[in-house]
Structure formats: C-alpha cells, structure tokens
Design a protein around this ligand. Structure first.
Ligand SMILES: [Zn+2]
Ligand SMILES: [Zn+2]
Length: 432
C-alpha cells in the first residue's frame, strides 16, 4: 500500500524543529503576562457568516481563501482564517464586556487559508493574536504596538521597521474616499483588473496593490492623514507621543490601509528585511466598529496578529531541543533492573531521564548519551553493581565520580503504606 503524505500546504512540525516554537510561544506568554493579557481559545470552526461579516464579503480571504464546508447538521462552517472575528464573537456571546470595562485577550493557534504555498506561507499557519476591547486609546494603541515590538525584538528578530498610519473615522473617511475615487478614476487606465473592481467596492484596497501601475497611482494619491478630523488627529498624535516616550519612532506610511469599514484610526505593521516581497511579519489596527458589526455593543477595539512561521525564519539561531538530565547506561543484563528503578525514582523527583535498556559497551552507551544531549550519564556495570555503586559521568566536563546506588535510589515503601518515595539523603528537602 502506498504511504500517505500530508495535505499540500499543511506541515508537520517535527521534534527537531520544535525549538523555535517553544521559544516563540514562551515569549508570547511572557509578554502577555507582562501586559496583563488573559488567554482565550476560541474553536477552530465558526459559522461562515461570522467571517463574511467580520472580515468582509469583498476581501480576498472571504472571496477565495477560506476552507468552507457544509455542516452535517445544516448551515455552512469555516475553518478560521484569522482570530479576531472569533474572539470578538466570544466576547459578545459571553457578555465579557458587561462585567468589566475592558478586556485584554491573547490567543496562540493555527489559522487556515487556501493560499498558494510559498516561503514561510502555509495553508495551516500559526499566529499570536492580541486584542484589547473596550478601550478607545490612544494609550492602549501604544501598549499593543509596544507589546508587538517587544515580542519581535526580544526574540532577536533583526532589520525590523514599524510603520503606522491613521485611517480616520466614519466622520472624516468619506471625504478621503471621495477624493481617492476621483484620483483613481482619472488614472483608471493604469489600474489592474482587480483594482478596477476595487474602485467601486473597496477603493482603499488599491493603495496596497503591488501592481506597478496601481502602485504609481497610489503614490500620487491623496493621503488619509490630510483628511483626518481634529479628533482623529489628536488621537494619532497621542499614539505617536506615547510610542516616543517608550523610545519607539515609527515610520509614517500613508499607504498603509485596512480595507474594511469598521477599521478606524490607528493601523500598523511590522516589516522585516530578508522575507522577500511579502515582508510583513505582523499587522494590526483599531477596529472600533467590529463588535457592533457582529451584533454586539458599540465598543472600541484594537489588536494585532503576528505570523509565527515568518517570525521563526527571522530568529537569529535555532535553539536545540534540551537534552535529559540523566542518561542511564546498563553495561550488563543485571544492571537493567536497578537502573530502571533508579529512573522511576529520579523522574519522581522531577528530573528528566532517558535510557537504552539494551545493555552494551561503555563506549557505545556514552556515544548515545552524548547524542541525546544529556547532562550526566549514570553507568552501571558488574563491578559497580557488586560494590552497590553507580558511576556518575558529567558529559559537559568529563568529570567522573562514584555514588551509592542505595543513596541515589532507596527502596520504595511497600505499596499501600506510603505512595510517596522516600528521598535519598542528597535529595532530601526541608520538609522531609
Ligand atoms: Zn475622524
Ligand atoms: Zn491593482
């Protein structure tokens, strides 16, 4: 029978590749704690309608990238292509903002999009999502941006650029939109087919089209910040001032847009060198109209998503998976039993232990211990066994010493009397 392979665009993360993931996820949790974000885990599957409403019908994601299927019970369901809509749905469904003024939530997990697989782009990919609901900013805008920046830089990602823009609000954006449509219509001949379509439905999306004709028209287009109302200007100035007080001086990019109506004011992106043309490693913004668009309270929100596959490519070094504290090496069949019991004892003490239960030569055992990246090797042969001792070899320094087997692993109390193993003298804690 032919062996089966994983689905195209879906990738196994193998044990020898897990190092960067452990590091990235640990850093994400650490920063979430430092910024007061609580973890939320929405389900992988949501009603298709949630994404149509939460991301927008006329976006690439909803039009052509979603994994959508019929639910057996009726209706259409979709594997989440992004996290914000699901988190917002959960905030509304569980009335989270009824009992508290703001909610700071983070989520780490897989997303699914039917995209063309390329460098660092998969159909199942992973994101860190951080969202603040109920806080109009601008301080919270700067907090979210600063969390993202710390996340990337503390991991050692190099050559990063922070870009920000203001998208205005429902009061001032229509003026910009009008001026933009006028400008784009005048240069319609140089627009790509997609952008001619966007001109009617979603003209702001033309500003981030990579097509050269669209790009040059975008560069001469009216700029959103010039149309911002006094409130939007004050908000944007507040964000920049708060960032500056943390030593962050972002680049102002008037072409940085979000295509959806509920996005407002702050938009931001972190770009990385060395990732090719698609060089955004994270992006986010204020979505003050999202909760209301999903049938929830009219309360503001801001957040970002960072792509973890792309981030893993930016890490300066790939940390190796840690090895065990002890590698146990029996040199003769009689040594296996005592070492097996010793393994149980040491694991009960919280230490990590690996062994090859097949007895063999010292040389080959040490080689295996080395390969497993163990800290120490405990060797038990016929001679040691007779003396009731075990050879302790430090694999980092090469130092060797003998330890008493009875001290290392005292006999457990008879079953039923006391389940806890008695501590050996050198491992005995204060309360024993
Ligand atoms: Zn405004
Ligand atoms: Zn275009």
């Amino acid at each position: 029978m032919p062996a089966l392979a994983a689905v195209r665009g879906f990738k196994d993360i193998l044990p020898h590749e897990i190092g960067p993931w452990t590091l990235i996820e640990g850093k994400a949790r650490d920063l979430a704690r430092r910024f007061g974000f609580l973890e939320i885990r929405p389900p992988v599957l949501e009603r298709t309608e949630l994404f149509a409403r939460g991301i927008g019908e006329s976006t690439d994601i909803v039009e052509k990238e979603m994994y959508t299927m019929d639910d057996r019970g009726g209706g259409r369901v979709t594997l989440r292509p992004e996290a914000t809509a699901g988190i917002a749905r959960a905030v509304i469904e569980h009335g989270i903002l009824q009992t508290r003024k703001t909610a700071r939530l983070f989520f780490l997990g897989p997303m699914f999009r039917y995209e063309r697989p390329q460098k660092g782009r998969l159909r199942q990919f992973h994101q860190l999502d951080c969202e603040i609901f109920g806080d109009p900013g601008p301080w919270s805008d700067a907090e979210v941006i600063s969390l993202l920046w710390s996340f990337l830089t503390e991991l050692g990602a190099q050559d990063l650029t922070l870009a920000v823009n203001t998208l205005g609000c429902p009061k001032c954006r229509p003026l910009f939109r009008e001026a933009l449509v006028e400008h784009l219509s005048a240069g319609r001949a140089s627009l790509c087919e997609d952008c001619i379509r966007r001109l009617e439905r979603n003209p702001m999306r033309v500003l981030d089209c990579k097509n050269p004709g669209c790009r040059s028209l975008a560069l001469s287009a009216p700029r959103i910040p010039d149309f911002a109302c006094p409130e939007c200007r004050a908000h944007f100035a507040g964000v920049l001032e708060a960032l500056s007080s943390l030593g962050l001086e972002p680049v102002l990019d008037p072409l940085l847009v979000r295509g959806l109506d509920y996005y407002a004011r702050t938009a931001f992106e972190v770009l990385a060198g060395g990732l090719g043309a698609q060089n955004a490693v994270a992006g986010g913004g204020r979505y003050d109209g999202l909760l209301a668009a999903l049938g929830g309270p009219d309360l503001p929100g801001i957040g970002f998503a960072a792509g973890l596959e792309r981030l893993a490519l930016l890490l300066p070094e790939r940390p190796a998976a840690p090895g065990p504290d002890f590698w146990l090496a029996p040199l003769c069949p009689e040594a296996v039993g005592p070492l097996f019991r010793l393994a149980g004892f040491l694991r009960g003490k919280g230490l990590s232990v690996l062994a090859d239960w097949e007895p063999g030569s010292l040389k080959s055992r040490l080689k295996k211990a080395d390969k497993a990246n163990a800290s120490k090797c405990l060797v038990l042969g016929a001679d040691e066994l007779q003396g009731g001792r075990v050879l302790v070899r430090d694999l980092k320094t090469g130092e060797q010493s003998l330890a008493s087997l009875a001290d290392l692993s005292p006999l457990p109390a008879p079953a039923g009397l006391d389940a806890a193993p008695a501590a050996g003298p050198e491992l005995r804690g204060g309360g024993a």
